[in-house]
Design a protein around this ligand. Structure first.
Ligand code: AMP
Ligand code: MG
Length: 404
């Protein structure tokens, strides 16, 4: 049995970044670009007005002189004729500063008397000008290789004239549920049957990680049935299987992987929930065989599959954040494995509080509906209220301000 961290290291060592594809800048959102993006021009391309106002040469306006307004320059136009000393032009925000001008005063700071502009005695030379290249200089790397493309990178790429961008392609993750007891959603469970929920939890987790899920349906609990379905998943990048990986009479997943020529690297991880968890390589592809219990399946995906998808898609931040939180109730881990308990985390000023979701049976998916974090309780640990404990945050939505 190996530790969570050793399992993560072993798995991640098998995961290489996927090749890249060119997509439209919009489709690049939340993906990672493997290329440096270099500014092809200065942004802004010329000195320009930061305000709707009047542009002139500051020297000719010192001491409260009146300036004659002789022109108008809206955004979108450029003027090459110099503005002579003693004159000003009306200029709109974003219009390039014409020759002969070095200063803008905003409309609201001046008085106009016919064509004559009255400005105060103090004119700050260079005021209200945005300098050419003050945002981005031509030739500079603006977005470095390995960057995650967020809305601001989308805008910056567009400002650099880019319409398509190279990103790591999406990981295609085949998902297979196993079990004779499973029916697909849309039916009412007959005696002895339950609905396959894991396929959909896992598919949603794949989507949330930025990958593309491929649903393979349900394999019956036979060696042949399991082999057939596994083969069908071999054109994806990874295969994720749930159930059938334990030591039950009808647990065929490990056997099927081996029969197809795969090598199982490990099949037990020192954790609760989720001990029976196999990682294998089949035809060069990672295969994750997760436990069937809904909580164990989701938690093991979080710990092992999600970081792998992120790595394959070029991300460098692979793990959820963890915080130290103050336990709000007594908890104990009587077992010899680290226990990942479902927790409800909240924030109180600078500190986090956490309580458990109650019953921690790994079949109770509802515990993950209530919870937003995984409390990591060391083997044989016993905590009293106020003790600090490490919690992995599954989502940070709780830190957002809620409306009344
Ligand atoms: P197994 O690991 O196959 O023995 O399954 C462990 C438990 O998880 C059993 O109670 C199964 O019925 C349940 N289970 C397995 N697969 C699924 C699934 N796809 N959706 C919901 N529950 C499942
Ligand atoms: Mg089963």
């Amino acid at each position: 049995m190996i530790s969570i961290e050793a399992a993560q290291r072993t798995i991640l060592a098998y995961i290489a970044p996927l090749e890249t594809e060119k997509v439209s800048v919009f489709q690049g959102l939340n993906r990672v670009t493997p290329e440096d993006h270099i500014a092809p021009w200065d942004i802004p391309p010329a000195d320009n007005s930061a305000m709707d106002g009047y542009a002139f040469c500051s020297q000719s306006a010192q001491g409260g002189k009146r300036l004659r307004v002789t022109g108008f320059l809206p955004a979108g136009e450029a003027r090459s004729a110099p503005v002579p000393p003693g004159e000003a032009i009306k200029i709109m925000t974003g219009a390039p500063l014409p020759p002969g001008c070095d200063t803008v005063v905003p409309i609201e700071d001046v008085k106009l008397d016919g064509d004559w502009l009255e400005i105060g005695p103090e004119v700050a030379s260079g005021a209200h000008i945005r300098q050419r290249g003050e945002d981005i200089q031509c030739g500079k790397v603006v977005i470095a290789a390995g960057s995650l493309l967020r809305p601001q990178e989308t805008g910056m790429l567009s400002a650099m004239g880019t319409t398509s961008v190279a990103v790591h392609r999406k990981a295609r993750i085949a998902i297979l549920s196993t079990g004779d007891e499973l029916l697909e959603p849309g039916s009412t469970p007959a005696p002895g049957k339950i609905i396959n929920s894991n396929s959909y939890t896992l598919a949603a987790q794949v989507l949330e990680a930025g990958g593309d899920p491929v649903l393979l349906g349900i394999a019956q609990d036979t060696l042949e049935g399991t082999c057939e379905k596994i083969k069908a998943g071999m054109n994806a990048d990874f295969l994720v299987i749930t159930g059938g990986v334990s030591v039950g009479d009808r647990d065929y997943v490990k056997l099927a992987i081996e029969k197809l020529g795969g090598s199982v690297t490990f099949w037990k991880v020192d954790m609760k929930p989720g001990k029976p968890l196999a990682f294998a390589v089949l035809e060069g592809k990672p295969v994750f065989a997760l436990p069937g219990n809904p909580v164990a399946a989701m938690v093991s995906f979080e710990l092992f599959v999600r970081p792998s998808i992120l790595k394959a898609m070029g991300h460098r931040r692979l793990f959820r954040p963890t915080v130290k939180a103050l336990m709000q109730e007594p908890v104990a881990n009587e077992g010899a494995r680290p226990h990942l308990m479902r927790g409800i985390v909240s924030r109180h000023g600078d500190s986090y509080h956490v309580s458990t979701t109650g019953n921690q049976s790994s079949g109770r998916l509802s515990s993950l509906i209530q919870g937003n974090g995984l409390i990591r309780l060391a083997p044989h640990a016993s905590l009293v209220p106020g003790d600090a404990v490490e919690v992995m945050l599954l989502d940070r939505g709780f830190e957002m301000e809620e409306i009344d």
